[in-house]
Design a protein around this ligand. Structure first.
Ligand code: PEP
Ligand code: MN
Length: 351
């Protein structure tokens, strides 16, 4: 439930609404907007007497949020959420973010080297798994803590922000110490204890769509993060299971405009896991941005033939340079722009 305040409502009347909601046994969250402030009522609001709130001074109207997800919905917050990272990268506004890097952190040489290359080509966020959720228990599982330390070194050397996955609730705090964005993978989208913990640590979260998850289930998973007080959430379409075996997954680009209609959260696309095939990554990255995505996440490896995971879908650095060129062209057509490249001296976006 959302209590919408009049444009000229005083702070005292907003405070009064918050107090009243709390006295009714619910949590209240003021949501300042460009036009007006709203106060969200959090909890199972099925039996709330809205007349009591409607009668308070400064209240314009009380809206029942009709969606099962509340805080992630556009009804709750009309304006787009913009997530800002410590290196100045803004995700969810007019700018389009490119996150890139290997599937997994493999060595210092690999991750620091590729981070510098990607930064020089215009990426601003480095991806790389230290803890890898692998389908087979015999596949490379990641370097663990060593991988996190190497990511921190790569950030230091390149200025890129770091996104990396936390596999379980117990591992969230450790990942949060090193990462600028905590990734929750497709296989874990409905791991609710992990979601709750990730919602509590105060770092942005990249939430990937489960491979058989509906859009509603994705938004409800994001709701867990917001319900814990973390509004810095980026959604990611990474392909869903389909009957066709030509590609690894079916990158559901329809999800992008659909989600933008339903939610204020930024949404990016991952055409690497979405297709599983190097040659299909560029066209689908172009298509994702053309469809309105706020960015892309791309696997790039200095030597894909030698990659310990997902080599077949990893771009060569030269292909990534080409992708960046194509992204710039598409951005112009959409009256958007890429996140400005990092200033090599200070590691913050050039003005
Ligand atoms: C990844 O990005 O490293 C990954 C494992 O992706 P997903 O969770 O989408 O399979
Ligand atoms: Mn991968």
């Amino acid at each position: 439930m959302l209590v919408v305040m009049k444009q000229d409502a005083s702070q005292a009347s907003i405070d009064r609404v918050v107090e009243t909601i709390r006295s009714m046994g619910y949590d209240a969250r003021p949501i300042p907007g460009r036009q007006r402030t709203a106060v969200g009522l959090i909890g199972n609001d099925g039996r709330v007497d809205s007349a009591r709130l409607e009668g308070l001074e400064g209240v314009l109207e009380v809206i029942e949020v009709s969606r099962p997800y509340k805080q992630v919905s556009r009804e709750w917050k009309v304006e787009d959420t913009v997530v800002t990272l410590p290196n100045g990268t803004r995700i969810g506004g007019r700018e389009i973010v490119v996150m890139a890097g290997p599937c997994a952190v493999e060595s210092r040489e690999q991750i620091v080297g590729i981070a510098r290359t990607l930064r020089d080509m215009g990426a601003t966020v480095l991806r790389g798994g230290a803890f890898k959720p692998r389908t087979s228990p015999y596949s490379f599982q990641g370097l663990g803590i060593k991988g996190l330390e190497l990511l921190a070194e790569a950030r230091e050397a390149s200025g890129l922000a770091v996104v990396t996955e936390a596999l379980d609730a117990e591992g969230v705090d450790l990942v949060a110490e090193y990462a600028d964005i905590i990734q929750i993978g497709a296989r874990n989208m409905q791991n609710y204890t992990l979601l709750r913990r990730a919602g509590q640590v105060g770092k942005p979260v990249l939430l990937k769509r489960g491979m058989s998850a509906t859009i509603k289930e994705l938004l409800l998973a994001a709701e867990y993060l917001l319900a814990e007080g973390n509004g810095q959430v980026i959604l990611c379409e990474r392909g869903v299971r389909s009957f066709d075996t030509h590609t690894r997954n079916l990158l559901d680009l329809t999800a992008i405009p659909v989600i933008q209609g339903l939610s204020h959260l930024p949404i990016i696309a991952d055409p690497s896991h979405g297709t599983g095939i190097r040659a299909k990554v560029l066209p689908m990255a172009r298509a994702a941005v053309a469809a309105g995505a706020d960015g892309v996440m791309i696997e790039v490896h200095p030597n894909p033939e030698m990659a310990l995971s997902d080599g077949a879908q990893s771009l060569y650095p030269e292909q990534f340079a080409e992708l960046m060129e194509q992204m710039r062209v598409i951005c112009r057509a959409l009256d958007r722009s890429l996140v400005p490249p990092l200033d090599l001296e200070t590691s913050v976006p050039a003005p």
